[in-house]
Design a protein around this ligand. Sequence first.
Ligand SMILES: Nc1ncnc2c1ncn2[C@@H]1O[C@H](COP(=O)(O)OP(=O)(O)OP(=O)(O)O)[C@@H](O)[C@H]1O
Ligand SMILES: [Mg+2]
Length: 146
Amino acid sequence: MTDKNQIMKQKYPIEAGNFTLAGEASGQIKKVLKQLGVDSNIVRRVTVAAYEAEMNMVIHSVGGNLTLQVTPDRITVIAEDRGPGIPDIDLAMQEGYSTAPEMARELGFGAGMGLPNIKRCADILNVHSKMGEGTLLEAHFDIKAR
Ligand SMILES: Nc1ncnc2c1ncn2[C@@H]1O[C@H](COP(=O)(O)OP(=O)(O)OP(=O)(O)O)[C@@H](O)[C@H]1O
Ligand SMILES: [Mg+2]
C-alpha cells in the first residue's frame, strides 16, 4: 500500500510447523499497537485475528508473512502464504470445520474456530486462495473517530 497517510507497516516472516516461535509475530503486533496508543478494544480484536492467522500459517501452510499496516483511519492485518491453498473457503469459514493434523490437535488447535473468530473480530475480512499457490487473508479494523 502506498497510502501517504500510512503511519507504519511491519512484516513478520512465519515459519511453518514452528510451534516454538508461533505467536511471536502477533505478540509483536499487540505491543506495537499498544505503543501507538490504539484503543484497547481494537488492540484486543486485532491481536486475536493476527494470532489466529499466524497459527493457521504455522499449522496449515508451508510458510508466509504476517503484515501489520496502520493508517490514521484503519488497521490492516495481512496473512500471505505460499500454499497449499484452501480448496473451499466457505467450508473453511464454518465453525468446527478443521483439517488440522493430529500433532496440532494434541497442542489444543483444530477446533475449527480460527477463521470464524477472525471474522467476528474484524470489521472486514477478505480471504482469497489459489490451490498450489497460496492464501491471502486481509482483515481490516476501523479506528473510529471519537
Ligand atoms: N493458511 C491456510 N492454508 C491452508 N489451509 C488453511 C489456512 N488457514 C485455514 N485453512 C483451512 O481452513 C480450516 C479452518 O481454519 P480455522 O482456523 O477456522 O480452524 P483450524 O485452524 O483447523 O482450528 P483452530 O483455528 O480452531 O485451531 C483449516 O482446518 C484448514 O483446512
Ligand atoms: Mg486456525
